[in-house]
Design a protein around this ligand. Structure first.
Ligand SMILES: [Zn+2]
Length: 119
């Protein structure tokens, strides 16, 4: 479960940077480590490639210091997904970090008419 969460956080983190500027794979892996994620190339590159296959990232080859390197940037869809996630993140952070709410969950219905609507 923690791994699932970490992977989701890493995807968002990658998307956030990719929406700002194209990045080189190894540099992003370093960035994630700097943020405390334990990630190997064997996990990181498949994650990037999945995001590319999902049309969240766009890959381009650049020649840097005479070497060909792959850079990744967010696609328009990637930016749209990030925007949506940003809204959810804000709401989640408000509840989880700032101690606002959650609103108490509603009591189960007691009268017969609402109970009948329950699946
Ligand atoms: Zn970062």
């Amino acid at each position: 479960m923690l791994r699932d969460l970490d992977l989701a956080f890493m995807r968002l983190h990658v998307l956030h940077h990719a929406a700002q500027d194209a990045f080189y794979g190894a540099a992003m892996m370093e960035e994630l480590r700097r943020h405390g994620y334990t990630i190997s190339a064997g996990t990181f590159y498949p994650l990037l490639h999945n995001m590319e296959a999902a049309d969240l990232l766009h890959r381009e080859e650049r020649v840097v210091d005479g070497r060909q390197r792959k850079y990744y940037a967010a696609t328009p869809q990637g930016k749209a997904v990030l925007d949506e996630a940003r809204t959810k993140l804000t709401e989640l952070a408000t509840e989880v970090l700032e101690g606002h709410g959650p609103e108490p969950l509603p009591d189960p219905p007691t009268d017969a008419s609402s109970a009948a609507e329950a699946p």
